[in-house]
Design a protein around this ligand. Structure first.
Ligand SMILES: Nc1ncnc2c1ncn2[C@@H]1O[C@H](COP(=O)(O)OP(=O)(O)OP(=O)(O)O)[C@@H](O)[C@H]1O
Ligand SMILES: [Mg+2]
Length: 283
């Protein structure tokens, strides 16, 4: 039989592994600096955040604060300068092929049709041709693009291109989605329609989502928690639980008094940081 201390150590190790098993991802004191021409710029400073499986987290913050950088760390496209990034219990050390990533720039391949673009992640994973065809057909339907499978990206509207990038991120059934201002450029009505579709998808499959947006209203309307970044180097200024029951009516949620309270509070934080950035730049 082990000593009491040993027992406690075993229990702690057990508890820790259980904690990591129930988190979808975690940033532990993550710091990131970029070096260019011998000058190092700190972009993320001590970011600690963990997500439960199936949670919808929205991230807002000033332009250039480091939001895309955070997603790139979780996608394994960048490495932390210090701290750790954990995905489903394991440190991210290489490209994380288990996440679906809707990047800020829609990087559809122009010489491939909608179907060809959707097939690409499956081809890379060496999924059989028959299986690829079935999944591509289902994905085209899922995002409302039936009849457009043979179109090239240049033949699509902005909203349709967004639908293709969403379908491409979903196509291999990743349980975690990183979305970087996915619907930012769309007009208000279309944005609402696509957000509703995203909510339906989320309710059906319950992926964990880390969603970057400039739009605080969108963040509060969609998310379980909203994270507010400061200006660069980004630190977390607030993590707000959004206690609005689901399913939510995306049209009317913004008129709830509770929504207005949260919005006012978070907007005050964001605004203070935006003016910080301006003063720093000109000061
Ligand atoms: N590969 C890189 N090399 C050097 N600096 C970089 C690189 N990528 C980003 N940066 C710098 O890091 C900072 C944060 O960039 P990032 O793209 O993460 O910001 P962001 O919050 O996503 O901004 P936006 O809201 O405008 O998309 C910026 O100052 C940017 O210039
Ligand atoms: Mg960005």
């Amino acid at each position: 039989m082990g000593s009491k201390d040993e027992d406690v150590t075993v229990l702690l190790a057990d508890a820790r592994s259980q904690v990591s098993a129930v988190t979808a991802f975690e940033f532990r004191s993550a710091c990131k600096s970029y070096a260019k021409d011998n000058v190092s710029t700190a972009v993320l400073k001590d970011v600690s955040l963990s997500a439960k499986p199936g949670e919808f987290i929205a991230l807002v913050g000033p332009s250039g604060s480091g939001k895309s950088t955070l997603l790139n760390l979780l996608a394994g496209l960048l490495k932390v300068t210090s701290g750790e990034v954990i995905f489903q219990g394991k440190p991210v050390r290489a490209v994380n092929t288990q996440v679906g990533y809707v990047t800020q720039r829609d990087n559809l391949v122009p010489w491939r049709t909608v179907e060809g673009n959707l097939a690409l992640p499956l081809e890379i994973r060496k999924v059989s041709r028959a299986e690829t065809e079935t999944r591509v057909r289902a994905a085209v339907e899922q995002v409302g693009l039936s009849g457009f499978g043979k179109h090239y990206p240049s033949e699509l509207s902005g909203g349709m291109r967004k639908r293709v990038t969403l379908a491409r991120a979903l196509i291999y059934g990743a349980n975690t989605l990183l979305m970087d201002e996915p619907f930012g450029a769309l007009d208000a009505q279309l944005k609402l329609v696509i957000e509703e579709e995203l909510m339906e998808l989320w309710h059906a499959a319950h992926p964990t989502i880390l969603y970057v947006t400039h739009d605080l209203t969108e963040a509060i309307t969609l998310a379980d928690r909203v994270v507010v970044f400061s200006s660069r180097p980004a630190q977390i200024l607030a993590i707000e639980n959004i206690d609005i029951p689901r399913p939510r009516d995306l049209n009317t949620t913004r008129f709830l008094p509770y929504f207005r309270d949260v919005h006012e509070r978070l907007w005050a934080l964001l605004k203070a940081n935006l003016s910080d950035t301006r003063e720093n730049r000109h000061g």
